[in-house]
Design a protein around this ligand. Structure first.
Ligand code: 5GP
Ligand code: MN
Length: 340
């Protein structure tokens, strides 16, 4: 990945005044990449003498609870005394990590868009960023934001600045966003970065096990239930699968944030399924997750039919209809999208 030297110089300049108040924010339903990138970037900025707080709109999944310093993260939704709003108000700089549309911050959007005097700096790998930032590191060719954070740290401070704790946080992002190094953009540079992290002493089997083998029994049973509910359709030689889970079904399995992470990938293990969708009912809307293989572009699909976006092979969006109507809308959208 090629970073723009001028932008790195500009970043260096922005960070040069000492002891600035910095806020790092990431997207709603933060995943391993959002959290790993935030914690690593916070650790680096602290070595430069800044006061740094990471804020996420809502709770991160429990399988990241073990990460070093995760308890220092603030959760906007649970902040009832306005501390997060004050931190955002008085921030000198706000780093926006792993998303590019401010709306992805949901309840926190207004605070970041309108209620701060801070410079906003984007570090992200999603497609089509709106140009509303003071400085943008937008690299859709990066497999994760964590890899971008690694590359920026390397340019800004050198590999030697990476501590084992930063290494661990970066690795969580690299690993989760690449589906354990199995999706796209698996470049030689990415594996060189992994080699450096191994030299720093990260324990890959331990990280792998902490993230992937730490589910509750209820979660695994919910997965079984979800797979049984899966529906498939075939249109113009494209196989599509979808799963809808309603709130009462989730309650039966004592659903916690993060439990459905990864479910949407399973239907793609069926040999002729090229696109998979999951609909998860929440209090105010249905959260839509989309995955695809090869040339099928779910970013375009999410934008066109579900007010969302993301990447070519992994995207998401929302539906304000009920489950039956959402699925009906989806089936019609699939027919239209794959017509001819
Ligand atoms: P997931 O299905 O894991 O929630 O999201 C898959 C990808 O789509 C992620 O890269 C995520 O950032 C993006 N994404 C998920 N939901 C939305 C949404 O509502 N709007 C946009 N623009 N992107 C989304
Ligand atoms: Mn990401």
């Amino acid at each position: 990945m090629k970073l723009d030297k001028e932008k790195i110089d500009r970043l260096r300049e922005i960070l040069s005044p000492a002891a600035q108040n910095i806020v790092i924010v990431s997207h709603t339903n933060p995943d391993g990449d959002a959290i790993g990138s935030s914690l690593a970037w916070k650790a680096l900025l602290e070595t430069m003498g800044h006061h740094v707080t990471c804020i996420v709109p809502n709770k991160y999944p429990y399988f990241l609870d073990w990460m070093s310093n995760i308890s220092t993260l603030r959760i906007f939704k649970d902040d009832h005394n306005g501390e997060c709003t004050r931190l955002i108000e008085k921030a000198d700089l706000i780093f926006c990590l792993d998303f590019n549309q401010i709306a992805r911050l949901e309840g926190m959007s207004d605070a970041i868009a309108n209620n701060t005097r801070a410079k906003r700096i984007l570090i992200d790998h999603h497609l089509d960023p709106p140009h509303v930032y003071d400085l943008e590191f937008s690299h859709p060719e990066s497999s994760s934001t964590a890899f971008l954070i690694y590359s920026i740290i390397k340019e800004l401070a050198g590999e030697e600045a990476i501590t084992p704790q930063m290494g661990e946080a970066i690795y969580v992002g690299l690993m989760t966003d690449t589906g354990n190094f199995s999706f796209s953009y698996l470049t030689p540079e990415l594996f060189r970065a992994v080699a450096v992290l191994v030299e720093k002493g990260i324990d890959i089997p331990q990280i792998n096990s902490a993230v992937y083998n730490s589910f509750t029994e209820d979660r695994v049973r919910l997965l079984g239930y979800a797979i049984n509910k899966m529906q498939t359709l075939r249109t113009n030689n494209v196989g599509v699968a979808y799963i809808g889970l309603k709130e009462n079904e989730l309650r039966r399995f004592h659903f916690q944030v993060g439990d459905s992470e990864g479910f949407v990938n399973y239907p793609l293990t069926i040999r002729d399924i090229q696109m998979s969708a999951m609909f998860l009912e929440t209090k105010h809307f249905i959260r839509v997750s989309l995955r695809s293989r090869g040339d099928i572009d779910v970013n375009v699909f999410a934008r066109r039919y579900f007010e969302g976006g993301g990447h070519k092979n992994a995207a998401g969006g929302k539906s304000y209809l009920d489950m039956a109507k959402t699925i009906d809308h989806f089936r019609k959208a699939v027919e239209e999208y794959f017509a001819q």
